[in-house]
Write a protein that binds this ligand. Structure first.
Ligand code: ADP
Ligand code: MG
Length: 459
């Protein structure tokens, strides 16, 4: 096979592809590809890495074939090669699962169904780690009490903050249907505000939020760096507070540790009660497990209960996940539930009793390898798309797969400002919503990060 300048087949095919693929994906994947054409009709596409090639094949093989055939007016044999000189075989890898395209609506949803019916005080298991938070939440829910305003709950993920906020909402509704209760995530608040601005109807937005008896805002760390939203929330807060209405807030950190929070908002948060929620102790974990098992009609032996509760110490959501996994497995297999079968199921996910921690290093390594860029380029300041696209994806993965805050992630990305991490994460989240191939790419990278190179197709 000899190289020959038989025209710019790939260049023409690219133009066709450009018109069919969204701009972002096109820039991420197609601008990186080099080509060589051979006199015998073969087209060689040179890609930066094996993973990149696999990705391309599983997501765009058909599109590429179609575009090339269209511009060549004949069958073309397309062959992939790696830029490093390694031959890449064009064995397709199974395409990552495809999700549906249900993009979320940004509209404020003021319907009561926003409150999860399962998240009630009844279903919340109280232990030393959350006793105070639980009691404070109950006090806030009592309309005759005026204490703890605002209530500020904080703590790591998966420990019941959202559950408690919803429970306040339920309980307060239980006191009377005339009470107007609104639960939103900070993200919803912000999106609703932005929508209000876009539709030139901030007045409606304000009415919605200022006419409630209880406003609950979940995960306010999300407000970091969003100055206008913070200002708006500050005024909402003052309005409600001044009218004697209640406010309950959750966050991953206490107000004084929230970066980029306006000082005046911080001091508002601090004027109420600040309570932390800590990981439950062993007895509480067993009690939670028992409660959830009963809801699922599962009967665990005490030794299995203790085993699971010993395995998962820091996150109740993971505890629930393990429970579901075990119950689903035994329901399907019909096997009796034994300590050995439970251990075998949970085993691969735990080392030394805790889930394998995913570190930023691991994520950065996978992303660098996939896009064939160096660690310095990934965390550096070069804004060329070749680096900024992978960088944004890596930031998003760090946010999704680790428990790190934006500032902590920022530190590991060259010490940039944490708001740039926030923006990167938001951007990728939006792209994932809007673009199936981006969503698949991110899923694929998550799999690589979680399962290591074993998740890669053989090469
Ligand atoms: P957070 O908002 O703190 O990240 P969530 O409120 O979403 O955590 O809780 C995660 C899951 O764990 C939810 O399904 C919740 O019902 C459950 N959970 C957490 N703490 C408890 C508890 N003390 N009792 C019962 N369920 C709990
Ligand atoms: Mg939550």
């Amino acid at each position: 096979m000899s190289a020959a300048a038989t025209g710019n087949l790939w260049g023409q095919a690219l133009e066709v592809l450009r018109s069919r693929i969204d701009e972002e994906s096109f820039a991420t994947f197609f601008e990186e590809i080099r080509s060589r054409e051979f006199a015998d009709g073969q087209l060689e596409l040179i890609v930066p890495s094996l993973m990149f090639r696999n990705w391309l094949i599983s997501n765009y093989q058909e599109a590429i074939d179609a575009a090339v055939t269209e511009v060549a007016h004949r069958e073309v044999n397309i062959h992939f090669a790696l830029a490093s000189g390694e031959e890449g075989e064009s064995t397709p890898v199974p395409a990552p699962p495809r999700g549906n395209n249900g993009a979320g609506s940004l509209a404020i949803n003021l319907q009561p169904n926003r409150i999860n019916p399962n998240y009630t005080f009844d279903r919340f298991v109280v232990g030393e780690s959350n006793r105070f938070a639980h009691a404070a939440a109950q006090a806030v829910a009592d309309p005759s009490s005026r204490v703890y305003n605002p209530l500020f709950l904080y703590g790591p993920v998966g420990l019941g903050k959202t559950h408690l906020l919803h429970a306040i909402g339920h309980a307060m509704r239980g006191y009377g249907s005339h009470l107007n209760v609104l639960y939103v995530t900070a993200e919803t608040f912000m999106n609703a505000f932005i929508e209000g601005i876009q539709k030139k109807d901030v007045a409606y937005f304000r009415d919605c939020f200022r006419s409630v008896d209880l406003l609950m805002v979940d995960d306010v760390q999300f407000f970091a760096g969003a100055e206008r939203t913070q200002t708006e929330f500050f005024h909402t807060f003052n309005h409600l507070f001044g009218a004697g209405k209640k406010i309950a807030i959750s966050s991953d950190h206490p107000p004084k540790e929230l970066p980029e929070l306006e000082e005046r908002l911080r001091s508002r948060f601090e004027q109420g009660l600040i309570v932390d929620v800590q990981p439950p102790d062993l007895e509480t974990r067993v009690a939670i497990l028992r409660r959830k098992a009963r809801q699922l009609n599962i009967d665990f032996s005490p030794e299995i209960e203790i085993y699971i509760a010993e395995c998962i110490k820091t996150n109740v959501r993971r505890l629930e996940g393990a429970l579901l996994k075990i119950s689903a497995h035994h329901a399907v297999s019909g096997e009796p539930m034994t300590l050995a079968s439970v251990r075998a199921l949970l085993g691969p996910f735990f080392t030394g009793g805790e889930p394998v921690k995913i570190g930023v290093d691991k994520i950065q390594g996978v992303v660098c390898k996939f896009f064939d860029i160096t660690q310095e380029e990934l965390v550096g300041s070069n804004r060329a798309r070749k680096f900024s696209g992978p960088r944004q994806i890596a930031c998003h993965l760090c946010r999704e797969l680790t428990d790190l805050s934006y500032p902590e992630i920022a530190r590991q990305f060259g010490g940039r400002d944490h708001t740039s991490i926030l923006h990167a994460c938001r951007k990728v989240s939006e792209e994932i919503e809007a673009d199936l191939s981006k969503r698949n790419l991110v899923k694929y990278l998550v799999k690589l990060v979680k399962e290591g190179p074993g998740a890669l197709p053989p090469h």
